[in-house]
Design a protein around this ligand. Structure first.
Ligand SMILES: O=C(O)CCC(=O)C(=O)O
Length: 234
């Protein structure tokens, strides 16, 4: 078992997050741990039903098993986000997203708060994006628009794709959008207001990633039973 490193964000990482709306952190999770999570996802998919709206997705991640609950409450992650999400930290929701091999499963441009605000508004809500293999343009890594979190939530509608509400159709692209490849073991932190999107998977392997979303503990609700206060607001 690899040693658990508890670290805080550096002041540079924190200002990148606030300026750009996201920050990429390296070497947060040992590979053997992510491989074990990958097997746990296989086990859940083989034994449980009603997992999600898209092929290979697992919604309500933290409620699926002891292992997934521990993953959503990971102290390494909570300590890394504690200067962003405050006062206190609660879970809004968690899920596994996936893109089948050789598929055109696109997640259209959207902001997570276009969904999440329907439960309750939050000042500091954000998500962790943790891939279970190296991700790049070929297998459908994330795209983001740096700084787009600063303008609040814009209009979203139904345009198809993996997400029921989004900012436009599959061919929508922004001049200032950038590709955000994330390696296995690394973690992307992004604001719930950041514009983001992912394209299809042109490889022979499934692309899997966890998205666990957190908010300050003073927000009274999250997404149904997934809502859990992990660190009270004092
Ligand atoms: O993992 C992905 O491809 C992006 C999914 C996403 O942004 C979402 O479900 O909100």
């Amino acid at each position: 078992m690899a040693t658990v490193q508890i670290a805080k964000l550096t002041s540079e990482e924190l200002s990148t997050y606030h300026e750009q709306g996201y920050v990429l952190l390296h070497d947060v999770f040992p590979k053997d741990e992510l491989e074990a999570m990958d097997r746990e996802m296989d086990r859940i998919q083989a034994t449980q039903e009603d997992l999600g709206r898209n092929p290979g997705w697992v919604m309500q991640l933290g409620l699926r098993s002891e292992v997934t609950q521990q993953f959503a409450r990971d102290e390494r992650v909570l300590t890394l986000i504690e200067d962003i999400v405050k006062p206190g930290i609660s879970i809004f929701s968690g899920k596994l997203t996936a893109k089948s091999p050789r598929s055109d499963e696109i997640c259209h441009w959207h902001q997570d708060d276009a969904y999440y605000n329907a439960q309750a508004p939050s000042e500091t809500r954000m998500s962790t994006w943790i891939p279970l293999q190296d991700t790049d343009e070929e297998n459908g890594c994330m795209w983001v628009v740096p700084g787009s979190h600063k303008g609040g939530v814009v209009a979203h509608g139904p345009y198809g794709g993996q997400c029921p509400k989004c900012m436009g159709s599959a061919d929508l692209m922004f001049d200032d959008a950038i590709l955000c490849p994330v390696k296995m073991g690394d973690m992307l932190l992004f604001s719930a207001c950041l514009w983001h999107h992912s394209k299809g998977n042109r490889t022979d392997r499934v692309r899997r990633a966890f998205i666990v979303s957190y908010q300050e503990a003073t927000v009274p609700r999250g997404n149904g039973k997934q809502y859990t206060v992990l660190r009270p607001a004092n």
